[in-house]
Design a protein around this ligand. Structure first.
Ligand code: PLP
Ligand code: LYS
Length: 419
């Protein structure tokens, strides 16, 4: 049961001390553990031992760092991508095109053409309109796109509203009530081989019941489609398995998820596709930061760190909890507001949090930052982009350079007529 514990991975399983990384690379910096990424890939794979025919495609959006993708690709994973940019990254990391699945509600014609030309394994079509357009693009090129139809099963995943994707009023997939009719229409088009269905109901799921409900609905749909004379060979069950963010928090283990999937799908006779993101990368990374100063507050002091909402957006965006602790715990504790330097009150990681007693200059980490961390960074307040480091036993490498604060990008122009 140690797959996602906090105290191994970057902080303890690797031999490179975080203070050395801070000294050599500077802070803030994301630090990922190769050993933990590989272990999570293996644990997830082993959890699905009861599923004979499968593709596990890492959700690139969770962590598109090239080195991370390379580690996961070498561990046997394919890629779930939602843009041509993610597709290019997966390919550059050596992931074979036929192990790439393209999801997303707004694929442009240019993106679909690029993915057709790259020969990706499957398009997850999110609407009738998209299916018709893809069919035309493929047929015009004498190609056949391998496709699944993404279904919106109208199941409440019980997660944060902003990352729920399977309720009827969410923008994803086609309503399950119309799925049979839309499948029939698209299956008849030249240019597509509609070979299955797909579902993804949301992220950071703390309970298997909504997933099971969605999968049951999908199973019934597969039976109905076959009853109507369609061939169904592939079903994509998406991602969504949650991870613990709080010490001691208990979430469904991958093994429990795998057992449920094997039970629900045992008679389906299809290749199953999985798109895990957070469960693979979340607890394989931390955001390493330094305390700039501690400011007296009316109630609790403000611990001002050099990381901010532009580096780790989840607390500001979803009110998300990230465990915060000193790299070298002083023993003493304090209650503090943990904030970044950005000029918005939203740049707050935690209010009234009990944590290690920290002083200016101390190093600390936000845990569980390997997924939806660096990938959601921005340069707001002209802070530049955070660096990323991969640790592997007794060595480490910078795998994404810091873009310095206030850097003027090649892409930026001041028109001559401004004088
Ligand atoms: C289509 C799709 N697949 C996979 C994922 C990965 O989800 P998670 O990181 O929760 O496993 C997402 C994000 O929620 C998604 O939108
Ligand atoms: N960005 C979200 C997850 C979104 C999942 C993408 N479908 C998070 O940080 O929790």
């Amino acid at each position: 049961m140690d797959h996602f514990t906090y105290l191994d991975g970057v902080m303890h399983a690797e031999d490179v001390p975080l203070p050395r990384i801070a000294a050599e690379v500077g802070t803030p910096v994301y630090v990922y553990s190769r050993a933990t990424l590989e272990r999570h890939a293996r644990v997830f794979h082993e959890a699905l031992a009861g599923v004979p025919d499968k593709l596990i495609a890492f959700a690139v959006k969770a962590n598109p760092n090239l080195a991370v993708l390379k580690v996961l690709g070498a561990a046997g994973m394919g890629a779930d991508v939602v843009s041509v940019g993610e597709m290019r990254r997966a390919l550059a990391a050596g992931i074979a095109p036929d192990k790439i699945v393209f999801s997303g509600v707004g694929k442009t014609a240019a993106e679909m053409i690029a993915a057709l030309e790259a020969g990706i394994g499957q398009f997850n079509i999110e609407s009738e309109e998209e299916g018709v357009e893809l069919a035309e693009l493929a047929a015009a090129r004498g190609m056949t796109a391998q496709c699944a139809l993404r279904i919106n099963p109208d199941v409440d995943a019980g997660t944060h509203d902003k990352i729920s994707t399977g309720k009827a009023d969410n923008k994803f997939g086609v309503p399950i009530s119309e799925a049979g009719q839309i499948f029939g229409k698209l299956a008849g088009l030249p240019g597509v081989n509609l070979r299955g269905v797909a579902v993804h109901i949301g992220s950071q799921l703390a309970d298997l019941a909504p997933l099971e409900a969605a999968f049951e609905k999908l199973g019934a749909l597969v039976a109905a489609l076959r009853g109507a004379g369609h061939t169904v060979t592939h079903v994509d069950l998406g991602g969504g398995l949650g991870v613990p963010y709080k010490v001691g928090e208990v979430l469904p283990e991958p093994a429990e998820y795998g057992a449920m999937v094997a039970r629900v799908t045992k008679d389906w006779g299809v290749t199953l596709i999985f798109e895990p993101g957070r469960v693979i990368a979340g607890n394989a990374g931390v955001l390493l930061t330094r305390v700039v100063r501690v400011k007296r507050g009316i109630k609790d002091p403000f611990v001002i760190v050099d990381a901010a909402m532009n580096d780790l957006a989840r607390p500001a965006l979803y009110g998300a909890y990230h465990h915060f602790e000193a790299v070298e715990p002083p023993g003493a504790r304090m209650t503090a507001n943990i904030v970044g330097p950005i000029c918005e009150t939203g740049d707050t990681f935690a209010m009234g949090r009990e944590c290690d007693a920290l002083q200016a200059g101390d190093l600390a980490v936000f845990r569980t930052a390997g997924a939806y961390g660096a990938t959601m960074a921005s340069s707001y307040n002209s802070r530049g982009f955070v660096a990323e480091v991969l640790v592997d036993g007794d060595k480490f490498a910078v795998v994404a350079d810091r873009i310095e604060a206030g850097a003027i990008m090649d892409a930026e122009r001041v028109p001559e007529w401004l004088g």
